[in-house]
Design a protein around this ligand. Structure first.
Ligand SMILES: Cc1cc2nc3c(=O)[nH]c(=O)nc-3n(C[C@H](O)[C@H](O)[C@H](O)COP(=O)(O)OP(=O)(O)OC[C@H]3O[C@@H](n4cnc5c(N)ncnc54)[C@H](O)[C@@H]3O)c2cc1C
Length: 325
């Protein structure tokens, strides 16, 4: 570890002022401290934002606002979340470990950085860590990497499970900088790597995430998250699916489907959704719609299995969610 300065911000203005002078925010510290220990990140100043007033979960008739400092375990246990948005509660409960979920914040979860082993190994080439350095994963061990949204510069997946559920539900990330509060649609929050994989999101430099807003839509009540991974707990997704369905009189009225573990960002599946809406709910429909789950995929040398895996994950989760009461 290297020396760094640590301070606590008593309010928003001091936090924003500290960030304007180059400090990094810290909430639960479950990701940032790891990256500092591995010297992947080397901030000279770290500012604790846990005193900021971002700790409410506010359920309104048309939306739910989740403070960014709410812990993952707190959100997963909230009765409003479990009733209105089961997909959010399940994505959280299938993430990390109980201990990490008790520490980790919702804002930090969205801001977590890739788990690519070359990104986390400072002796390997990584364009995300050092722009222009090259990408060791493209010709290296890439079994766990992305098949959707990849570029010649980076093939790392986005690791957040929660973000997959939020992308399916069209949430907004509420942010604040010295000029005021502004929302960002979550689909526009995460940036595909392109030629600049070091630019991971569209948050303005030094801005805070204050909350997440999730619209209440009928299909969110019939929703769920399936995560396929190498071991049953404490592991990131090889493929995952967030599904929400509104089915009335045997017909799919609305569908929301997003996948994780396969994209460089949480990946919404518009073609799968289109194949579902207006059709009669039955096992053949789940299979036909899920056949579009890997449209546009570009597998790497070791992860071709993900093409079939993501289709099967989506099909299985469509059937599971359709079968819910
Ligand atoms: C062993 C392990 C397994 C894991 N498994 C999973 C998993 O299966 N699924 C999953 O989704 N995640 C997983 N995680 C990641 C975990 O969910 C994140 O570490 C956690 O959510 C980060 O939250 P934090 O509050 O600790 O963030 P911190 O470490 O405090 O911060 C992370 C980043 O977010 C920034 N930040 C924090 N809060 C704000 C804010 N309000 N505004 C702006 N920037 C902010 C910080 O500056 C920093 O860059 C795992 C982590 C570990 C260590």
């Amino acid at each position: 570890m290297f020396p760094f300065r640590f301070s606590k911000a008593p309010d928003e203005a001091s936090a924003l002022a500290a960030a304007a002078s180059g400090a990094r925010y810290i909430a639960g510290g479950t990701t940032l401290i790891d990256l500092m220990r591995e010297t992947v990140e080397r901030p000279a100043d770290v500012v604790d934002i846990n005193a900021l007033p971002y700790r409410d979960i506010d359920l309104q008739p048309s939306s739910m606002r989740i403070g960014s400092l709410i812990r993952m375990s707190e959100l997963a246990a909230h009765s409003g979340v479990r009733g209105q948005f089961p997909v959010i509660a399940q994505a959280l409960e299938l993430s990390a470990s109980a201990q990490i979920r008790n520490m980790a914040s919702i804002g930090g979860n969205l801001m977590q950085r890739p788990r690519c082993l070359y990104f986390r190994d400072v002796s390997a080439a990584c364009n995300r860590r050092t722009p222009g350095a090259g990408c060791s994963a493209i010709g290296g061990r890439n079994r766990t990497h992305a098949i959707l949204g990849i570029s010649d510069a980076c093939v790392a997946t986005h690791p957040s499970d929660l973000a997959v559920a939020l992308v399916a539900l069209d949430a907004q990330v509420i942010t604040r900088d010295p000029n005021g509060e502004y929302p960002i649609r979550i689909s526009e929050f995460f940036r595909q790597p392109g030629a600049t994989p070091d630019q991971e999101h569209t948050l303005r430099p030094g801005a805070l995430i204050t909350a997440i807003e999730v619209p209440i839509v009928p299909e969110a009540r019939r929703s769920g998250y399936l995560k396929v991974r190498d071991r049953e707990s404490f592991e990131f997704a090889l493929a995952s699916a967030a599904v929400a369905l509104d089915i009335a009189d045997g017909t799919v009225r609305a569908a929301r489907v997003a996948v994780g573990g396969v994209g460089t960002v949480p990946w919404r599946l518009a073609a799968v959704e289109q194949a579902l809406v207006g059709r009669t709910a039955n096992p053949g429909l789940w299979r036909d719609a899920a056949s579009h789950a890997a449209d546009g995929a570009k597998p790497l040398s070791e992860n071709g299995f993900k093409v079939e895996l993501v289709k099967r994950t989506v099909e299985r989760q469509l059937a599971a969610v359709a079968g819910l009461p």
